[in-house]
Design a protein around this ligand. Sequence first.
Ligand code: TMP
Ligand code: ASP
Length: 239
Amino acid sequence: MGVQKLEQLYEGKAKKVFKTSDPDLYWIEYKDDATAFDGKKKGTIMNKGVLNNKITTHFFKLLEGKGIPTHLVEQINDREQVVKAVKIVLVEVVVRNIAAGSLSKRIGLPEGTMLPKTVLEYYYKDDALGDPLINDYHIQVLDLATPEQMKVCAEIALKVNTILREYLKDKKIDLIDFKLEFGVHKGQVILADEISPDTCRFWDVETREKLDKDRFRRDLGNVEEAYKEILKRLTGETI
Ligand code: TMP
Ligand code: ASP
């Protein structure tokens, strides 16, 4: 790929973003840093950057193949990707199939309860506010996205859920819930950020073992092993 990595634009909790010689492209570097609870808990998960880069690339290619527009252009190496330059929409879209985490706390459904219908939620991407739950009215008042853009986000989120749920079932993984982020590129809303054990809850279909970041959040141990297991089930690759 002929594009050159230039100066850093931004450092997030899990990734760094760099400009490139092409104004339409960014260069992303995945880090091993792990945070939870809006950055209040900090740690490192060995090789997380490599694992999440590979896992995200795998999912984004799968989704592109099914007609979902994503920011992915190319995986460059173990930790880096070149992506389309986007302006991130400051709304995190969460899709839930089974009650867990903050949903269980908020509405009192025990973790593991199958939801009779898919739940879609929006959170305001603002660490200082603790990423609060918001609705369409809040999104308009804060001018975070237009109603048309939110319609696209919701449609893509539900399609991603259908595709990944079925795909993961085959790999003996239950997709409990996940978070997506979107970006605007040349006026089009596309899938951005990552899809990884940091941003999804994955449970083994049979044992119900957690294979995601809850192992870090809840100090369950074998965190790196869980991320490796996900990569292995998706691509057969061991690192
Ligand atoms: P929650 O139950 O804590 O609200 O999380 C729902 C899903 O969203 C879960 O799969 C983890 C993911 N998530 C993130 O990716 N980033 C976040 O900041 C939070 C709170 C959740
Ligand atoms: N809150 C996110 C999590 O629990 C990450 C973070 O805020 O740093 O996964």
